[in-house]
Design a binder for this molecule. Sequence first.
Ligand SMILES: Cc1cc2nc3c(=O)[nH]c(=O)nc-3n(C[C@H](O)[C@H](O)[C@H](O)COP(=O)(O)O)c2cc1C
Length: 216
Amino acid sequence: MESAAEPDLPEFAKTLIHSRRNISPRRLIAPGPSAQQLQDILGAAAAAPDHGQLLPWRFVIVPGTQRQRLAEVFCLALQDRDPQATAAQIEGAREKAHRAPFLMLVIARLTQQPVPSGAAPGRGAQHPQATQAEVNDAERLVSLGCAIQNVLLSAHAAGFGTGLTSGQALASVRLRALFDLRDNEQPVCCINIGSVAKNKPSPLRPQLTDYVSELS
Ligand SMILES: Cc1cc2nc3c(=O)[nH]c(=O)nc-3n(C[C@H](O)[C@H](O)[C@H](O)COP(=O)(O)O)c2cc1C
């Protein structure tokens, strides 16, 4: 009996990684991922590198029933920043909460106290069980970025488009209150997922020489 051909993993990974595009939530339409697909897509985040297994990030899904509350926060945050905002701008801010079929907030769980200066460099790397203080915010944000990319690529592999959104409203006290954020938590961006209404060409990518050098 003939065995099935081995999948060409390097080629698959290359195609998946290089064909992902940031899709504006305006272009993300129904259907979004099913509950089962979401399990797989969000489960991919758990495979992100996580020094010390601190889980320095979390996600909060905003279901359709709660989008109105997020819309209100976007709208009021804009008015706090700019009391002269026009009706069209306010409506635009409100509408951002309603665009993609799936939307969730990505939250970084950061240190509250910086690592004391003079601490032995690289100590965390030598200890698999790094403590909270040894894993600084840069490392935590790297883990968060990897978790995001795992989600984006998994959703892309499942045939969905994804888009990241941020903006000044994420820094507002109103948003912190809505998501009940702790002092050490920082909202970083939203992940939007849906079917792609209209694709877009790949952006210009940097060349290897733009970001790789060799120590000499
Ligand atoms: C943390 C983060 C926040 C982002 N926020 C926005 C945003 O608010 N609006 C937007 O159009 N793109 C946003 N992006 C997406 C970038 O603009 C996009 O990744 C970049 O243009 C490169 O395009 P590509 O993802 O298709 O390679 C964000 C990306 C990151 C990493």
